[in-house]
Design a protein. Structure first.
Length: 261
């Protein structure tokens, strides 16, 4: 799915840039997208591969720690202000995400090699956000996405071959599912990249904690899943942490003379 998601996006985004925006996609622009694209493809490939090696719950727990890496990168590479309240609320929200994961069922047992693969995946994922923020200061969203999906496809192709995953659709349903995964999450991806240049990197990292929340809510709405009290507590912790963090950040932003962190 990750392999097809990358390569399906390239012609559509590339055509939009060339025809609609009337911009030339030069080698310099392609190279600018390389760090983010390689990190994105490596992250996606390693994470889904890790779920085949270790338990899904181990991989999900490790993924919940990604915001801490993103906060570290935002502070050291973009000089964003990180206060004790930011860190405290981030840890609180991460605790909520971990609670949601622990409340779910998971088959299989954890393996160190798979856990290490998941850790590498979230590290590359955090680097993707940092490189994307830097690249988007020079490129438009469509240009950037067309470029980094090329690099993502380049790295996912050998990963797919090494893992032995079947990539060719066998039925019409496979084709429909591939197109759905390529297009529906792609809309969210466009909005995410659009926000990169307008939002602090650390905040984007923390908002990633909404993923287990939305996954749980979607399971309830579309898969007739039930929600336990522990999962409800985890969702509440995430919302409290994110809401309080956003409120404190906005108040701090208002008090600063130049409106910059």
């Amino acid at each position: 799915m990750a392999f097809w998601r990358s390569w399906i996006a390239v012609p559509f985004l590339g055509l939009y840039v060339l025809v609609k925006q009337r911009k030339k996609f030069t080698w310099k622009k392609l190279i600018t997208c390389a760090p983010a694209g390689l990190c994105f493809g490596t992250s996606i490939g390693l994470f889904f591969w890790s779920t085949q090696v270790t338990s899904l719950i181990n991989a999900s727990l490790i993924a919940a720690l990604q915001p801490l890496i993103i906060i570290f990168l935002s502070y050291y590479f973009f000089s964003e202000v990180i206060t004790r309240s930011d860190m405290g609320l981030s840890v609180f929200a991460i605790g909520g995400a971990i609670t949601i994961v622990l409340a779910g069922a998971s088959d299989g047992s954890g393996k160190f090699s798979g856990d290490l693969m998941a850790l590498l995946a979230i590290t590359f994922g955090a680097c993707y956000f940092a490189f994307a923020k830097k690249a988007l200061t020079e490129l438009g969203v469509a240009e950037f996405m067309a470029g980094y999906f090329i690099w993502s496809g380049v790295i996912l192709t050998p990963l797919m071959l090494i893992s032995g995953a079947g990539v060719m659709p066998q039925t019409q349903r496979d084709i429909v599912e591939i197109l759905a995964v390529a297009s529906i999450p792609g809309v969210g991806h466009i909005l995410l990249n659009f926000s990169q240049g307008k939002t602090p990197l650390s905040l984007i990292g923390i908002l990633q904690l909404l993923v287990p929340v939305t996954a749980t809510v979607s399971a309830i709405l579309f898969l007739n899943a039930s929600i336990s009290g522990i999962k409800g507590l985890g969702i509440l912790m995430v919302f409290i942490g994110l809401t309080a963090s956003s409120y404190i950040r906005s108040k701090r932003h208002e008090k600063e003379p130049d409106n910059q962190e």
